[in-house]
Ligand binder design. Structure first.
Ligand code: CAA
Length: 396
């Protein structure tokens, strides 16, 4: 019996920044961002959106028509936690009115934790094939204004409904792992932005890929040629391209032909180029992009997936695309969501970026902007308050 992803929906905020505009403002050649990083736009969360509202909106679509009593667990992966103690998923559980018998927990290891949660959920589903697990990955990527990391920000959440006999992809049991104590990227609990040694992080990413692949190969005895397509954790598109070039070079002394590189990964990069880095959600959005933006039918193809979380933990694993998957994709809804975002001026972007609620016991309301199906209203006595919004994200 196969286990894996039955439904896959993402949500990204309704505002975006054109990297051409950012480049002009920062006196950088726009080609550095467009070609050097491979990015075009990044989604920017307004003050009344956070990881909870984004994840709850994505989850609303993922569980539509599903018996809520079949959802046994909500796993919430993030590195943008809104509380040291309470799991962000408990707010989502409340907003979606899930049954009280459904367990909720938050998991963390930088961008890797979503894949870790996926792998931890699958044995449970094998044991309980009538149950489903709602896997949420949600993050707001933040670096300092006017730093090299600034053009690699972004925001999004992905909701993956995990089940037995999944309609989209079945996850294969073999996987390769790599863990090492490195300080390439981290965020102390008292800081709002990540600290990053950018160039070092890209080198560690590639080392981790080689090591995780070697472990996967040992476990699975498969060759690279057994994989038809590839999805990578994508902080920016050029990183995924470099990763794939590296993986091919490890396995084959000939450099990869540009058309082969394009066939292997280009479809997986379409969404990320438009919304930027989404940390834990990034690999799942690459998978949605691959499935939805590949014209050819990928039924029964094997996809290689690589997850990298700074600090660092990495995993290479694989999935088999299920026959008939195309009927269950959210292609049109995702296209509408991406095309309905509003471009921000530099001034508005910096205002969103600098917005912070006071940290006292008072009641503080956030200003109202365009959001998804839920919005973060503000705080009262240090409690975060959320509300449902009447319009669906696609039509607001
Ligand atoms: N035209 C075309 N290309 C240009 C150019 C121009 N005018 N100017 C520069 N470039 C190219 C450079 O040659 C370079 O390409 P190569 O790497 O292929 O040589 C590319 O544009 C970027 O230029 P720099 O290396 O000079 O850029 P930078 O040092 O200013 O910043 C960065 C790049 C280090 C990735 C920075 O954006 C950063 O720190 N980002 C955040 C960290 C990150 O994303 N790390 C990725 C791995 S870690 C991870 O994956 C986890 C995670 O999500 C954070």
């Amino acid at each position: 019996m196969g286990v894996g992803i039955d439904a896959l929906h993402f949500y990204t905020p309704r505002y975006m920044l054109d990297l051409r505009l950012l480049a002009r403002e920062r006196a950088v050649d726009p080609q550095k961002y467009l070609t050097g990083l491979g990015q075009e736009w990044m989604s920017i969360a307004p003050p009344d959106e956070d990881i909870v509202t984004m994840a709850a909106t994505a989850a609303t679509d993922a569980i539509r028509g599903v018996d809520p009593h079949s959802i046994a667990m909500v796993l919430f992966a993030t590195e943008s936690a809104v509380d040291h103690s309470k799991a962000a998923g408990v707010w989502v559980h409340h907003l979606l009115e899930l049954p009280r018998t459904c367990r909720v927990v938050e998991v963390k290891q930088a961008c890797y934790s979503g894949v870790c949660a996926l792998q931890l959920a699958l044995p449970y589903i094998r044991q309980h094939p009538d149950k489903k697990v709602l896997l949420l990955t949600s993050d707001i990527a933040r670096y300092g204004l006017n730093t090299p990391g600034e053009p690699t920000q972004g925001a999004a959440a992905c909701a993956a409904l995990l089940s037995a006999s999944p309609r989209l992809v079945a996850i294969e049991p073999e996987a390769g792992y790599y863990t090492d104590h490195v300080m390439d990227f981290w965020r102390p609990t008292y800081l709002q932005e990540a600290i990053v040694d950018g160039k070092y992080s890209t080198r560690i990413y590639l080392t981790a890929l080689g090591e995780a692949w070697a472990h996967y190969q040992m476990e699975s005895k498969r060759a690279l040629s057994d994989h038809a397509r590839f999805c990578y954790h994508t902080p920016f598109a050029r990183m995924a391209q470099k990763a794939h070039e590296r993986l091919v070079s490890i396995n084959d002394s000939a450099p990869i032909a540009p058309e082969t590189l394009a066939r292997h990964i280009n479809a997986s990069l379409v969404y990320g180029k438009k919304l930027g880095n989404s940390y834990t959600a990034s690999l799942f959005i690459s998978l949605a992009s691959l499935l939805e933006q590949t014209e050819e039918d990928l039924s029964s193809c094997r996809i290689g997936l690589f997850s990298y979380g700074s600090g660092c933990v990495a995993e290479y694993f694989s999935a088999l695309v299920q026959p008939g998957y195309r009927r269950h994709l959210a292609t049109d809804a995702h296209a509408l969501l991406l095309s309905s975002r509003r471009p921000l001026s530099i001034g508005d972007y910096e205002q969103f970026y600098q917005y912070a609620l006071p940290q006292d016991e008072g009641r503080h309301a956030t200003p109202r902007h365009r959001t998804g199906a839920f919005r973060f209203q503000g705080v009262e006595a240090h409690e975060r308050l959320y509300e449902r919004c009447p319009l669906s994200p696609a039509h607001a």
